[in-house]
Ligand binder design. Sequence first.
Ligand SMILES: [Zn+2]
Length: 93
Amino acid sequence: MTPQNPVMRICISCRKTYDRKNLLKITKDYNQGLMFQKGMGRSAYICKSKKCYSDSKIKKKLQKALKTFLEPEFIEIFEKEITSYNDYPNKGI
Ligand SMILES: [Zn+2]
Protein backbone atom coordinates (compact mmCIF):
# COMPACT_ATOMS: atom_id res chain seq x y z
CA MET A 1 0.00 0.00 0.00
CA THR A 2 1.31 3.42 -0.89
CA PRO A 3 0.67 5.97 1.82
CA GLN A 4 -1.36 8.89 0.61
CA ASN A 5 0.14 12.30 0.73
CA PRO A 6 -1.08 14.01 3.85
CA VAL A 7 -3.21 17.10 3.41
CA MET A 8 -1.31 19.93 5.01
CA ARG A 9 -2.98 22.88 6.69
CA ILE A 10 -1.71 25.86 8.66
CA CYS A 11 -2.57 26.38 12.32
CA ILE A 12 -4.11 29.85 12.62
CA SER A 13 -2.28 30.42 15.87
CA CYS A 14 1.32 29.29 15.45
CA ARG A 15 1.22 29.42 11.61
CA LYS A 16 2.99 26.07 11.40
CA THR A 17 1.98 23.51 8.84
CA TYR A 18 0.57 20.20 10.01
CA ASP A 19 -1.09 17.12 8.63
CA ARG A 20 -4.80 17.93 8.61
CA LYS A 21 -5.47 14.85 10.74
CA ASN A 22 -3.60 16.48 13.61
CA LEU A 23 -5.56 19.71 13.55
CA LEU A 24 -8.96 20.68 14.86
CA LYS A 25 -11.04 22.08 12.04
CA ILE A 26 -13.57 24.77 12.83
CA THR A 27 -16.04 25.54 10.08
CA LYS A 28 -18.63 28.21 9.76
CA ASP A 29 -21.17 26.07 7.97
CA TYR A 30 -23.47 27.80 5.48
CA ASN A 31 -26.58 26.34 7.08
CA GLN A 32 -25.71 25.06 10.50
CA GLY A 33 -23.37 27.65 11.91
CA LEU A 34 -20.15 26.77 13.65
CA MET A 35 -19.06 23.15 13.59
CA PHE A 36 -16.05 21.11 14.55
CA GLN A 37 -14.37 18.71 12.13
CA LYS A 38 -17.24 18.93 9.63
CA GLY A 39 -19.44 21.32 7.74
CA MET A 40 -19.15 23.26 4.52
CA GLY A 41 -17.96 26.82 4.50
CA ARG A 42 -15.12 28.97 5.68
CA SER A 43 -12.77 26.94 7.86
CA ALA A 44 -9.92 27.50 10.24
CA TYR A 45 -7.49 24.94 11.56
CA ILE A 46 -5.80 24.91 14.89
CA CYS A 47 -3.19 22.52 16.23
CA LYS A 48 -3.57 20.72 19.52
CA SER A 49 -0.77 22.53 21.27
CA LYS A 50 -1.96 24.10 24.50
CA LYS A 51 -0.01 27.21 23.65
CA CYS A 52 -2.23 27.67 20.62
CA TYR A 53 -5.71 26.92 21.87
CA SER A 54 -5.27 28.68 25.18
CA ASP A 55 -3.76 31.74 23.54
CA SER A 56 -5.51 34.87 24.77
CA LYS A 57 -5.77 36.07 21.19
CA ILE A 58 -7.28 32.86 19.86
CA LYS A 59 -10.80 34.24 19.79
CA LYS A 60 -9.70 37.22 17.72
CA LYS A 61 -7.73 34.99 15.41
CA LEU A 62 -10.68 32.68 14.94
CA GLN A 63 -13.05 35.55 14.33
CA LYS A 64 -10.73 36.92 11.70
CA ALA A 65 -10.19 33.55 10.06
CA LEU A 66 -13.87 32.67 10.01
CA LYS A 67 -15.03 36.23 9.37
CA THR A 68 -17.68 35.91 12.03
CA PHE A 69 -18.50 37.05 15.53
CA LEU A 70 -17.91 34.40 18.18
CA GLU A 71 -19.97 34.28 21.35
CA PRO A 72 -18.00 33.80 24.60
CA GLU A 73 -19.81 30.45 24.91
CA PHE A 74 -18.23 29.33 21.69
CA ILE A 75 -14.74 29.64 23.15
CA GLU A 76 -15.78 27.46 26.10
CA ILE A 77 -17.13 24.80 23.77
CA PHE A 78 -14.06 25.10 21.61
CA GLU A 79 -11.73 24.56 24.57
CA LYS A 80 -13.70 21.52 25.69
CA GLU A 81 -13.66 20.17 22.18
CA ILE A 82 -9.94 20.58 21.64
CA THR A 83 -8.99 19.24 25.07
CA SER A 84 -11.16 16.14 24.72
CA TYR A 85 -9.75 15.66 21.24
CA ASN A 86 -6.31 15.80 22.81
CA ASP A 87 -7.07 12.79 24.98
CA TYR A 88 -7.18 10.47 22.02
CA PRO A 89 -3.85 8.96 21.15
CA ASN A 90 -2.84 10.17 17.77
CA LYS A 91 -2.49 6.80 16.13
CA GLY A 92 -5.54 6.39 13.97
CA ILE A 93 -7.34 3.08 13.92
ZN1 LIG B 1 -0.62 25.91 16.54
